[in-house]
Design a protein around this ligand. Sequence first.
Ligand SMILES: [Zn+2]
Length: 440
Amino acid sequence: MKRKNLSLLVALTIAQACVASVQNHSVSAQSSYQSLSVSSILTAAAVPAQADAGKYENLLKTIACPADQKQYGNFADTGHFEALNYCGHSAPAGYWVWVSPNWYIWGGLKSSHKPAEKPADTSNIPTQARVGGKYKDLLQRFDCPAKRAEEKTKYGRFADTGFFEATTYCGQRFPAAHWVYVAPNWYLWKTKDLNAIGYQVSTRDLQLKQQRLTLRFEHHKSHRAWAETSLNQLVATLKNIEEMTGIPYPGVNPYTLVEDPKLPLLGRAGPGGMELISPPKGTPWTILHEAVHIWNAGYEPNWVVEGHANYFSYLLMEKLKYPFIGDETYPEYIREWREIQGKADDYPLDNNYHKLPQGKAMAWWAMIHELYGPAFTIKTFKVLHDEKNLGTARMAQLLREVSGKDPAPLLDGWVRAGSYKVKRSQDFGLLKFPLAKAWP
Ligand SMILES: [Zn+2]
């Protein structure tokens, strides 16, 4: 059966990582998109002199994290990181300096410390490193013997890992660049030349709750109509998600979509950007699903993140009257899971989302909608947004509040181990919000 393989932007799951990721900072651990812009600049009143490490400027944020004293002592300059959640706070992209007991996150390097942008030796560049002419103006070529084995595993012979802000890798500072790996070398390019690969950019501006947002879609010239339709759908979807959830758009501005004919999924997205497979693969539902990930990528657990993405995008597809295409329909996904329901490979959702047909999480969220309506599912979306994690115990607590009874039958067999006590919503309670079109 044709299956949609929807997955949130893998890189963004790194945002959950803590100390370990700060130390083992690597190219793969970053979002390949530009960092979040930060509008609020903090005052430098109580900042110790050492906090700028003599080379950073523009303080963006201070995060108190006394527990890190053990690992970092009194001072550490750990370099650049993409936006992440750390020590219970969200942090913008920036340069991290530790002066116990705080982290100081800086927006940039003082001009005296900016890495030089000089053209590199361009002789003997393998054709592949230019990615069909997509990149030009080589800034740097280097290899990293210390990471050769790791890179081989991660990238094989070739990888186009995309754009990174100035960063540290392999113990060296590098300027902002497009990174391409052709074993065993890295090629850092200054310029992406869309025209050279037959691409163009279509744009849209839209007014959101807190800002005027620009959408940019880098797509093949022959797919202009598809790109325009997709942008229109995304405009309507972003406004609707804000309206539905009350949570303002949390992504970057401008927000870039990239068509990628070789994407191993139909789409992937987070607050930093979106990639979509070339048509005719992918459907309107794919874009709506990915749009939900602008709000929830990087949070846990997967079955809630993906369940929400499928469920809210389904509701919006119905509301906006966009077409479901082929067997990419809610009932078809649920049917696929029903084929294994109660059998050995029907694992509980928690910790097993990727081993299961997507229909299981979709069925669970449809069931919850039927019992408690959109207000409750939106509440769970907000809780996930605020707490970054919505584990089974917390879910049980929310279900107990809304139902006024023991929620175990809604979790056993579904979310956690056990046998099913309810197979359909009506086994648990009165259906106040029946969803006739969701079930097989
Ligand atoms: Zn997804």
